[in-house]
Design a protein around this ligand. Sequence first.
Ligand SMILES: Cc1cc2nc3c(=O)[nH]c(=O)nc-3n(C[C@H](O)[C@H](O)[C@H](O)COP(=O)(O)OP(=O)(O)OC[C@H]3O[C@@H](n4cnc5c(N)ncnc54)[C@H](O)[C@@H]3O)c2cc1C
Length: 634
Amino acid sequence: MHQPKPALPTLDEVRSHIEAAATPALLMLVAHITGDVTVLREEWRPDPALLPHGRLDPAEERRVREFCLARLEGHLESAEPWPTRPSAEVLAAIGAWSLGPGVSQAAQLLDAALVPDGTDPRAPGWTLEEEAPGRTLRAAIIGAGISGLLAGLRMKQAGIPFTIFEKGTNVGGTWWDNTYPDCRTDVHSHIYTYSFFPHDWPSYFSRQHVIHGYLRRFAEENGLIDHIAFGTEVSEASWDDRKSTWRLSTTGDGADTTHEFEVLVSAVGQLNRPLIPEIEGLADFSGPAFHSAEWDHTVDFTGKRVAVIGTGASALQFVPALAGTAERLTVFQRSAPWLMPTPELRDDIADDERWLLRNLPFYRAYYRFSIFLPRAIGQLDAATVDPDYPPTERAVSAANERLRVMLTDYLVAQADGREDLVGKIVPNYPPGAKRIVRDDGTWVATLKRDDVDLVSDKVVRVDAHGVWTESGDHVEADVILFGTGFTASEFLTPMRVTGVHGKDLHETWGIDACAYMGLTLPDFPNFFCLYGPNTNLVLHGNLVFFLECQSAYVLSAIKVLLDTGKSAMSLRPEVFDEYCDEVTAASALRAWGWSKTHSWYQNAEGRSTIMWPLPAQRYLEGTERAHAEHYDFI
Ligand SMILES: Cc1cc2nc3c(=O)[nH]c(=O)nc-3n(C[C@H](O)[C@H](O)[C@H](O)COP(=O)(O)OP(=O)(O)OC[C@H]3O[C@@H](n4cnc5c(N)ncnc54)[C@H](O)[C@@H]3O)c2cc1C
């Protein structure tokens, strides 16, 4: 396939920005345009962990860029159209080159990795009117975060009437609620983006307000805002057996109301309800005390003594941002986080590089490809338990041990001989058992400051003036900040959801939530969850991609339903059971399921209902389309 010649930059324009080009993406682009895979030379092969950047020596990088420019010259100047996609062979060669030897890749993942600008491969190619003229089918979506907005767009593309109920006052979910200092994504922005709706990201890992701006633009440009009922919380959703509809009870905007829909999509997120641990005496504290997701911007930290409870991903962002302003910061940690070295974490993208991303056709697509593919395959192996190793709380396999050594060296080198700090900052559990947090050296540098203390002693009590630890120390504080995460495994709470014959979703789940591909379960007809149980990712995969798979599946399921002419579809119990067994068995063999360390990846009984434990490829296959034979129809 070829596309009409895009509005191309001139050769001189490309030349004047080429110094900023990531050489791997450039070489992939040249292989695509020329069809010549010999340009992907062995000596220019990137380290997958460092992509999108090549990190050859600077002189060699210059040579690669000159080489690419020479290869592109004719194509930029000729009137010939450019191929829209490379052949399967060329794409496979590009994938193999970027992943390195010995890494098996799957054709579907390769295809998913390449989404050229102006394309939307997962958009439904049908409409309700075409499939079932005159049929009433309305969808309710709960939540207007990155998941709910995507579901809304897909409904809109299929011509399905829909309403998004959002308890907050704006779109964005996580990226609207979390306004603490230096809140940013720790997934590369170019893959924390809908694949079909690119953005001119200013930094490699963008800040909260930038991500929120992107999601707001997405909602506005796609005409979704008018479909959103803001300030409206869904308190209950119940299936009406007689009418085959979902009845939603909502509160907010001064009125309690009920609504009726044929299809229900929950997009309430996993990390939307802040978790503040129950600590004796907290109510007696005389100063401000709040959670990172509910930041009180009226508090001036200048000269304040601040106690921070928790060292999860959020605390690792806001603590360094407060250091230097607060008089003293005391950080209480239950267990230390593993840190993934990411030098560019707080760097802006150079203007020249942004120019290439905006203007050189296919450069952005390969830039994304080069980040997406290696991380989709990721390091699942390094988090997989080898029963013969034997697994311990140090490491669960030889590969896990290698990762541990690499990450330990990174931490120890920064401690700079301070043995007291090494003892506290090197985790005592296997890498992958908890979220690995990205770091550019800021965390340990912050802990080494004279005005920052790291305390590993357990917090047991709070009084008016500060925090008591288990050892009997009292730390005086003017402000307490909670970086203690969310009620992640309490999926869909506090909503009450009832299915066929009034069956209660939370009673059905207990503390072991499970849904087929995180999406749906028996006796809850026409009901789908986005970012549901077991769809979070640690070392492999990418959440936005998973959300794209989920939304595509929901639309595919609706099409299956329409094709049958029936009112409702409910997952067959045997499909559900087989799937849940597969996921439970796989979870037990991952570091996060095996380790006894406490984390939000595990529920109260130590089982993981949060993480996706299988290769990303398995998820892609499992969600590619809904199969009629997986469902009972009503
Ligand atoms: C600080 C922070 C940083 C993160 N960083 C990353 C990252 O770098 N990479 C990554 O992959 N993930 C990250 N995450 C996870 C993040 O939550 C997801 O990436 C993503 O934003 C989830 O989107 P969502 O739309 O599914 O849920 P959310 O963004 O949580 O949105 C859910 C929406 O549903 C609404 N809602 C909930 N219940 C109801 C109800 N009953 N009625 C009406 N509305 C309701 C909420 O108000 C909210 O707007 C981070 C999370 C946090 C908290």
